[in-house]
Ligand binder design. Structure first.
Ligand code: F6R
Length: 609
């Protein structure tokens, strides 16, 4: 949801900012822009579309200087256009502001500023900020005072950065509700929405907290709270390397992240499993408390919710905890009832998703305890939850979530086994059996990844369709939802996932010779029920694409296309099923010529409601 980056230092500002923006492109790619100070002269460049468009413009009209800010946009207020692209300027065109978030009271502020004679050129909420700053500077306030006065007028959420001809070699910044980090390299300082934008320059970073503001100069950083008190900078070393966030030899980041999954699992095993015991060293809740939890209320969005739906079944199966799931955006508005033994769970890759974060805050406002499963442990959700479990998927940059999803399911499974053991309700024998199956997953995943040629053929068939249905039951009903979500978000083919049992209660009407049906039917209790779904679809001329356990000749015979997964315990099969579903979406999108890492209208981190 928009990315911002700023730099002061000896390197070429233009190239540092462009490199930073490219690492933030996952946050939005409707337009991009930058503002640079050369001495006391402010230059701005803006381009509609991806960062490559801005780069093209800069080739013809380069900018030079020592201080600069830049922005990549995911449009909220005002259509994607050059005029709505950031940075936004005041009327004298000597103050430039970039912003991630929404100024919720912008309409009121805009009306007030227009009454005072300020002229607006864009449809954005952001433009009120440079005009407000100009107003307070004109009223005689110092730059610091004007900046704080402006912040106090702005309602909603923001990460902003600002440069001006009035403040050479200084970048003002502020954060409330949207992520912002400061970073330092060798005699150079940066700010950005996320860490990837500051590597390889930065050795250390500071994760700003809400309502902090300040500035970076050539000499260092100054941070304050809104009351004006100095905040001592807490530098942390940056361990991320460039290769962690680059696509390497892969065509797209999404494909790299799909292929990383077996390695991610092995890394998680190293941290979590010791002999046949499971560990959560980062978990702040003690065993006594966890053993008393009777109900878990899981709230998350998109893929993370699909992972939570599988987790719900693990909690019931292995931890004997009653669990429910809901979209965060619904959960927080529906007066959820909780007793003393209830624990609210947030699941999020980014830890910055506005709806999930709002769910966490709602829970805390109702005095409920919150446990979050997070990939980004420096995120706002990490700070605001009572306890946290680290997903350890490594940085996920591809807009479509892949390795974070399987890491979420795996960590939820480990957590359920852990709590079941604490409560003495999960026999050690069963725990060992499940763990043995889990440890075999990476090799099985590698085997599935080798079936990419077969999946490409299915994608060739699927690429010309307009609709696809995904069916699964119990553990693989969420897999059907996730398979459909992956396909629609990157290939733009309409896809819906249904619980197999619900198929005949309505969705069956959609099936025709032009609507393929993906049947998820690994070995296990529900396999025969899935065969019934297959038959129902087949007799309505639906093309059958099945995901089956190796050697399942019966379903193979009935399918137009199939992908095999190695045999495994039914409960952990979603962890294998996920891979052909991800590859199917990926290769279908490629066959349709889609930009997989930048799906239209989407951004990875949804930091607005
Ligand atoms: C889909 C996808 C989204 C996210 C959702 C939540 O591939 O990535 O549906 O899962 O926006 O994001 P996080 O997990 O960061 O809260």
């Amino acid at each position: 949801m928009c990315g911002i980056v700023g730099y002061i230092g000896p390197k070429s500002v233009e190239s540092v900012l462009i490199n930073g923006l490219k690492k933030l492109e996952y946050r939005g790619y409707d337009s991009a822009g930058m503002a640079v100070l050369d001495g006391a002269e402010l230059s701005t460049r803006k381009a509609l579309g991806k960062i490559a468009e801005l780069e093209k413009q800069l080739k013809g009209q380069p900018v030079d200087g020592t201080t600069g800010i830049a922005h990549t946009r995911w449009a909220t207020h005002g259509e994607p256009s050059t005029i709505n692209a950031h940075p936004h300027l005041n009327n004298e065109r000597n103050i430039a502001v970039v912003h991630n978030g929404i100024f919720e009271n912008y309409a009121k502020l805009k009306a007030e500023l227009m009454d005072d004679g300020y002229v607006f050129v864009s449809e954005t909420d952001t433009e009120v900020a440079p005009h407000l700053l100009e107003k307070y500077i004109d009223e005689g306030f110092s730059l610091d005072e004007a900046f704080v006065r402006m912040l106090k007028r702005l309602e909603g959420q923001y990460a902003i950065a600002c440069i001006s001809e009035k403040m050479e070699k200084k970048i003002y910044f502020a954060r409330k509700g949207s992520p912002l980090i400061l970073a330092r390299g060798n005699n150079e300082y940066l700010l950005a929405s996320d860490i990837p934008a500051v590597i390889p320059i930065a050795h250390e970073a500071i994760y700003l907290e809400d309502e902090q503001w300040g500035y970076i100069t050539e000499q260092g950083v100054s941070i304050f709270n809104l009351a004006g008190a100095v905040v001592e900078p807490q530098w942390q070393s940056v361990s991320l390397k460039e290769e962690d966030v680059d696509k390497g030899d892969f065509e797209y980041l999404m494909l790299k992240e799909i292929y990383e999954q077996p390695d991610v699992f092995e890394r998680i095993f190293k941290e979590r499993i010791d002999d046949s015991f499971i560990h959560f060293p980062e978990l702040k809740f003690g065993k006594e408390y966890l053993a008393r939890v009777g109900r878990m209320l899981i709230q998350a969005c998109g893929t993370s919710l699909n992972a939570g739906m599988i987790g719900r079944m693990y909690l019931e199966q292995y931890a004997h905890i009653s669990a429910e799931t809901d979209y965060s955006s619904e959960w927080r508005y529906r007066n959820p009832l909780a007793s003393g033994d209830s624990l609210v769970v947030g699941i999020s890759q980014s830890g910055e998703t506005a709806d999930t974060l709002a769910g966490v805050r709602e829970a805390k406002a109702k005095f409920m305890r919150v446990l979050s499963f997070l990939n980004n442990i420096n995120s706002t959700m990490a700070r605001e939850s009572d306890a946290m479990i680290h997903l350890m998927a490594g940085p996920e940059i591809g807009v479509a979530s892949t390795k974070a999803f399987t890491a979420q399911v795996l960590n939820l499974l480990f957590f359920s086994l852990y709590v079941g053991s604490i409560k003495w309700l999960l026999p050690a024998e069963e725990r060992r059996e499940v763990l043995k199956e889990i440890l075999a997953l990476p090799e099985k995943m590698r085997k599935i990844l080798k079936s990419h040629e077969q999946i490409k053929q299915i994608a060739e068939y699927l690429k010309d369709k307009n609709d696809t249905i995904f069916l699964g039951r119990t553990y693989n009903y969420p897999s059907a939802l996730e398979g459909a979500l992956k396909l629609k978000e990157i290939s733009y083919i309409h896809a819906s996932g249904y619980a197999g049992g619900e198929f005949k209660h309505g969705p069956l009407a959609l099936v025709s010779d032009n609507v393929p049906v993906v049947i998820i039917a690994p070995q296990g209790e529900i396999r025969t029920k899935m065969i019934s779904n297959l038959k129902e679809a087949q007799s309505r001329k639906g093309t059958i694409i099945s995901i089956i356990t190796e050697g399942d000749e019966e379903i193979k015979k009935e399918s137009d296309y199939f992908v095999e997964i190695p045999p495994c315990l039914e409960s952990i099969s979603p962890l294998l099923v996920a891979i052909p579903l991800q590859l199917l979406a990926y290769y279908t999108a490629i066959a349709r010529g889609c930009d997989v890492d930048r799906p239209r209208n989407l951004a990875k981190s949804v930091t607005v409601e």
